[in-house]
Design a protein around this ligand. Sequence first.
Ligand SMILES: NC(=O)c1ccc[n+]([C@@H]2O[C@H](COP(=O)([O-])OP(=O)(O)OC[C@H]3O[C@@H](n4cnc5c(N)ncnc54)[C@H](O)[C@@H]3O)[C@@H](O)[C@H]2O)c1
Length: 263
Amino acid sequence: MGLLDGKQGLIFGVANDRSYATHIARSLVEHGATCSYAHLPGVKNERRTRKAIETLGISDAQLYPCDASSDEDFDKVFESYAKDNSRLDFVIHSIAFAEREWLAQGKFASTPRDAYLSAIDISAYTLLAMGQRARAQMADSGGGAILGMSYYGSEKVVPGYNVMGVAKAALECTARYLAAELGEQGIRVNTISGGPLKTLASSAVGGIDTMLEHTPRIAPLKRNVEGTDVGGAAVWLVSDLGAGVTGENIYVDCGVNIIGAAE
Ligand SMILES: NC(=O)c1ccc[n+]([C@@H]2O[C@H](COP(=O)([O-])OP(=O)(O)OC[C@H]3O[C@@H](n4cnc5c(N)ncnc54)[C@H](O)[C@@H]3O)[C@@H](O)[C@H]2O)c1
């Protein structure tokens, strides 16, 4: 019997087989969950997402297009999901965006207003947008779990993470405020602070190679994080084993966040 047998939900952020969302989906599916997926609009994006989901051994997944900057798209995704599925037990928010130009070391102070606002919009406000629309169906399902993906650059300065660090601070804080309001309906909201992983999004971050080189050297576990590490934590947080956990930011980073600078 799987920890997630009978649970159904929606995953945002599968771009390819390296995406954190794909690793999370694999772990959720292995433990019995049924997942539907939202992807950036466009035939090419749909094909890319479908191909990644096929690596999980699933060929008939429900896919919904969604540009996360559009309220209309969010409305359509959650309405379509509710028509197609009788319950909503979890929503995975594994999306982020910031213009690459402002993710270079020494560029934070030059970030223009529109780049700052779009990073916060796509990477943080969207958790609230999802919570708003998930709320009713999750409550009807007896509660549920909303899970976002964060990074340590939300609280400490990580060179090159820049405006994305600001967006992650907003994401973690949004999760806490949502958790406080949705808890009455049995809806839990948490974030996982994942270690660096080579993906499409992370390749835009100026310091990613340094982060990947730094972690095995200084982290207590002496290695970089793997997708399965985050997948396992997601299973716990979505499952009933996580029933008492809400408003938290859980580090899944081989412990690197506990180490102070010594160099
Ligand atoms: N890779 C890392 O090192 C790392 C570490 C910690 C946290 N994270 C976080 O994990 C999450 C997933 O990122 P990833 O590293 O798997 O990269 P990824 O590129 O595989 O995933 C990012 C996703 O965001 C989606 N996205 C971007 N703009 C969008 C928009 N306007 N509308 C809809 N979707 C949009 C992309 O389509 C993609 O699926 C992000 O929140 C990221 O910040 C990543």
